[in-house]
Ligand binder design. Structure first.
Ligand code: NAI
Length: 246
């Protein structure tokens, strides 16, 4: 289904990014597994892709750093000639109530979650406009749709991702490049494992389906948006959240 496509997934060493990388690789794309720090974990993702019959490579880059980002994009374009599918997945949290949130807490999250995605899109923009028919899929969050107490920084970054998605969708639509966002709800990963059990239990109570989602639930939606079947969908935010944003 995605044969001869080159996909780049940021923050793909674990969690949702890993599930997306494995799913795109299984569907036939050659996957660039971006990671910030943990080479071992990125290698594990690549091994999982190969177990499923796919292929790819790992690439270290802190997406918040414009120089590193442009070097990665240039190296990938020099080697492969194109990137068909960009998944901006890398993200961090620094949750605090607003009265205790420092500028650094706020800007660290904005710099990775929003500026990082912007860096990737800008560095690959010529590639996408030449390509005609590419896909950019940004991982947002229901926090960016609904807001969330304790996440003023994170919600702002994810609401920003939604604005970025809609603006770039309008800029690239004439070249048949589809730009969409997926907004996960409460998904079982290291990010949510770090929360106290009482907070997790309270969060699950707010989900109409009364359970957490799995990284594979997000990966399935990303795979659909990356496919030919989604060629007339652009500028949308698809909530994959067990009903949280109803
Ligand atoms: P995670 O913490 O397990 O994985 C995040 C990945 O991003 C890690 O591999 C990390 O190394 C990477 N990363 C962080 N900063 C980076 C940087 N500067 N450069 C490159 N890579 C970097 O988190 P999870 O849960 O897998 O989240 C993935 C995405 O989904 C994030 O954007 C997150 O905000 C979003 N999300 C997650 C939800 C959840 O419930 N787990 C809910 C809504 C959205």
């Amino acid at each position: 289904m995605l044969e001869n496509k080159i996909a780049l997934v940021t923050g793909a060493s674990r969690g949702i990014g890993r599930a997306i990388a494995v799913s795109l690789g299984e569907a036939g794309a050659y996957v660039i597994v971006n990671y910030a720090g943990s080479e071992d974990k990125a290698q594990e993702t690549l091994a999982l892709i190969r177990e499923k019959g796919g292929d790819g490579e790992i690439f270290k880059c802190d997406i918040a750093d414009e120089n590193e980002c442009s070097e990665m994009c240039k190296a990938v374009l020099d080697k492969h000639g194109k990137v068909d599918i960009l998944v901006n997945n890398a993200g961090i949290t620094r949750d605090k109530l607003v009265m205790a949130m420092s500028d650094k807490d706020f800007m660290d999250v904005i710099n990775t979650n929003l500026l990082g995605a912007f860096h990737m899109i800008r560095n690959l923009s010529r590639n996408f406009l030449k390509l005609k028919g590419g896909r950019i899929i940004n991982i947002a969050s229901v926090s960016g749709v609904l807001g969330n107490a304790g996440q003023a920084n994170y919600s702002s970054s994810k609401a920003g991702i939604i604005g970025l998605t809609k603006s770039v969708a309008r800029e690239f639509a004439g070249k048949s490049v589809c730009v969409n966002a997926v907004a996960p709800g409460f998904i079982q990963t290291d990010m949510t494992d770090a929360m106290p059990q009482s907070v997790k239990d309270a969060a699950i109570e707010t989900i109409p389906m009364k359970k957490m989602g799995q990284p594979e639930d997000i990966a399935a939606t990303v795979k659909f948006l990356a496919s030919e079947d989604a060629k007339y969908i652009t500028g949308q935010v698809i909530c994959v959240d067990g009903g949280m944003a109803i």
